[in-house]
Design a protein around this ligand. Structure first.
Ligand SMILES: *Cc1c(COP(=O)(O)O)cnc(C)c1O
Length: 471
């Protein structure tokens, strides 16, 4: 499989290349040159398989030319057998025609473990083969950081720098990152918002000298490998609930657009998905964009506000670029121009044709913090399920969607309630406990460095840490 940049100004790469590169050299994101196709029979043949077996079938066409099937099977099996639920991603019924796929049974209790546990192993596998080292730099709104750290700790071939916005992640989230004792893990608390952290990572990648010196790579959803591994649970869920004979609507709590974009990829591969409902908090740039009367396709940034669902406190969703690439007929120059203008003016009109194409498949619904809390309580009372503030936004977005017809609605539960215990407690008076493997989290020592939002300071810090490690 060949991968191409959404801005058409970077070399085409194979899977090994995109995994190790992360962001394309022209600032774009890599996407597969074409979508592997699953026929109805191919989909039927996934019935009765385990999560790992489905994962192998879905991932194979993306990696086959660089990873032999035998090795892929071993890597995937090793990844998911250490998850905490025998179904890996259990699917629960919450109402007539209403289902929930739980994606919080990995080591750090958020959906990001599903891709990152595999991506960590893929890095290790390929770096050992190449006898090479890389430096991972990632921005996190809370959950990517801990999932990446957990996936890469103790791996000699990888140095990991995770930048989180200071005081803007929950205490559980911060402690999950800062209490991991491994000399290759470095936590930075940046004085700024998540968007500032994400810009910092983009700017470090744009520094070609620095980038080449340290072999920078990414674990954010700008890395294609992560999207690829997320496609799996869309297939897993749909097949478990009757695909290809039934059609689906997925409701996805959305921040950086990576999770829902993986669903879009599954649709492109032939999975019968009617459309996607994007759930957001008050950072609802996408809800405004997909509003039925926004026919010129205007997208405008507003300042990021702090909410009860911090992993979605994002304005600029990186992966939207991948969708835009398709909606602009894969014209990379047009994507580059549009996004440069958006950055400069904070607002842009993508035009009627491109917008109406996207709006056929996506709808946005946003919840205030008050609605989020009330919904956690309502769902608990009506189903007995305790949902975290992100998962409940996905669920409610699915419930508020129109024109369901005979589609099955599935929402994705992206975090365990114990990751956000204070909000869940305020909403329900129940304090969700951490699972056993994390029960002493609050007794562990923390280790992180506070740094200003300044690229020179961050660059110096990274240079210093890497030279200390190799000394
Ligand atoms: C990261 C995250 C999201 C947002 O996912 P995107 O892929 O960035 O859209 C939603 N919920 C939780 C709990 C997360 O950690």
């Amino acid at each position: 499989m060949k991968y191409i940049s959404t801005r058409s100004g970077a070399p085409d790469l194979d899977f090994e290349g995109v995994l190790l590169t992360g962001l394309a050299r022209d600032g774009g994101l890599y996407v597969p040159e074409n979508w592997p196709q699953f026929s109805k029979d191919d989909i039927k043949n996934l019935r009765g398989l385990t999560y790992s077996e489905v994962a192998v079938k879905v991932i194979q066409p993306f990696v086959r030319d660089v990873i032999p099937d035998f090795d892929l099977k071993a890597l995937v099996k090793d990844t998911y057998q250490q998850f905490n639920h025998s179904a890996t991603a259990p699917i629960k019924q919450l109402g007539p025609n209403q289902w929930l796929t739980e994606l919080f049974h990995g080591p750090t209790l958020a959906f990001k473990d599903y891709p990152l546990q595999l991506v960590g192993r893929l890095f290790d596998y390929i770096l050992k083969k190449r006898k090479n080292k890389i430096t991972i730099i990632g921005a996190t709104s809370g959950d990517t950081g801990s999932a990446a750290i957990e996936a890469c700790k103790d791996k000699k071939s990888i140095d990991v720098f995770i930048i989180h916005p200071k005081n803007r992640v929950s205490e559980v989230q911060r402690r999950q990152m800062t209490t991991v004792k491994s000399s290759n893990i470095h936590n930075i608390a940046l004085d700024g918002t998540f968007d500032d952290c994400q810009d910092m990572v983009k700017d470090l990648f744009a520094d070609q000298v620095f980038r080449d010196k340290h072999n920078l790579s990414a674990v954010n959803s700008i890395n294609w490998a992560r999207i690829m591994a997320q496609i799996v649970y869309y297939f897993w869920t749909a097949v478990s609930l009757g695909a290809p004979d039934r059609k689906f609507i997925y409701a996805v709590p959305t921040g950086n657009f990576g999770n829902v974009y993986a669903g879009y990829a599954a649709k492109k591969m032939g999975l019968p998905i009617d459309r996607f409902i994007i759930g957001s908090n008050e950072n609802n740039i996408l809800t405004r964009f997909f509003a039925p009367d926004n026919i010129k396709g205007r997208m405008s940034m507003s300042p990021v506000v702090k909410t009860l669902s911090p992993s979605m406190d994002i304005q600029v969703s990186s992966n939207f670029e991948r969708l835009l690439f398709d909606s602009l007929d894969r014209d990379g120059k047009a994507v580059a121009n549009a996004l440069e203008a958006f950055r400069k003016n904070q607002t842009i009109e993508f035009g009627e044709q491109s917008w109406s194409e996207m709006s056929k498949i996506f709808e946005g619904i946003s919840l205030s913090d008050e609605e989020t809390k009330a919904s956690i309580m309502n769902i608990y009372n009506s189903t007995g399920e305790l949902l975290d503030p992100h998962s409940v936004i996905g669920l409610m977005a699915g419930r508020k969607a129109k024109n369901i017809n005979d589609n099955i609605i599935v929402s994705l539960a992206t975090a365990h309630p114990a990751k956000f215990p204070d909000t869940v407690n305020k909403a329900t008076s129940i304090y969700p406990n951490l699972p056993a493997h994390l029960s002493d989290l609050f007794d562990r020592d923390e280790n992180f460095t506070e740094l200003p939002n300044n690229i020179d300071t961050i660059r110096d810090y990274i240079n210093k840490k890497i030279s200390e490690r190799s000394a």
